[in-house]
Design a protein around this ligand. Structure first.
Ligand code: GTP
Ligand code: MG
Length: 195
């Protein structure tokens, strides 16, 4: 999809603020700093519309981006960020869990992992949790521009193995720098949302 019009409809901290529309929604989850906001920007052809930061913990609300009045991208606060207080983490956790398990408009989740490394224990828990709730999931390995092309295959199999992905589960290597994988990610989104 070629995107021209986007707006940030709401940075929500509570369910009552979620959009009342029935547009399909695609959520992005992953560790802090893995590149969720950067992926959002590439998908919508903007430079820094979703604010990115080299400091983890930048996104702290559920941000609903209205794309062409056709769907929402929902940028979710990153997990595994030590500096927010335990109370705050629990509050995020509940909000995210409730959103992911109860939101009728949700059509799928893009889970981001760092393509340079083996997925963390938090990544594995998240993937298993999404599978348990039967939420259609696309795994995206980010920052692939920092991985030499001769080890892409190795990194891919490592990610698949550690997350316990089945052979037919989708994994795409992506880079916000050179936009590798952008079209494939869009294809998956279009399939999930019936666009
Ligand atoms: P939180 O909002 O804190 O959860 O982080 P986030 O997952 O939204 O990460 P964000 O998009 O803000 O990116 C974090 C840092 O990684 C920034 O400095 C980005 O420029 C960098 N980054 C993101 N994606 C890529 C990529 O594909 N390649 C490279 N080289 N850097 C990236
Ligand atoms: Mg972010």
């Amino acid at each position: 999809m070629e995107v021209h019009n986007v707006d940030l409809t709401i940075s929500a901290v509570a369910e009552s603020q979620y959009p009342k529309t029935d547009y399909p929604e695609i959520a992005l989850v992953g560790r802090s700093n893995v590149g969720k906001s950067s992926l959002t920007n590439v998908l919508i052809n903007r430079r820094n519309f979703a604010h990115t930061s080299s400091q983890p913990g930048k996104t702290q609300t559920l941000n609903f981006y209205n794309v062409e009045d056709q769907l929402y991208f929902v940028d979710v606060p990153g997990y595994g960020y030590a500096k927010v207080s335990k109370k705050e983490r629990e509050r995020f956790g509940q909000m995210i869990e409730q959103y992911l398990t109860q939101r009728e408009q949700l059509r799928g989740v893009i889970q981001l992992v760092d393509a340079r490394h083996v997925p963390t224990a938090d990544d594995v828990s998240m993937y298993e949790w999404l599978a348990y709730y039967n939420i259609p999931t696309l795994v995206v390995g980010t920052k692939s521009d920092k991985v030499k092309s001769n080890v892409w295959n190795r990194q891919e199999s490592q990610i698949r193995k550690r997350l316990g992905m089945s052979a037919d589960a989708s994994l795409i290597l992506f880079s916000a720098v050179n936009k590798r994988g952008k079209d494939q990610v869009w294809q998956w989104i279009e399939k999930q949302t019936g666009m």
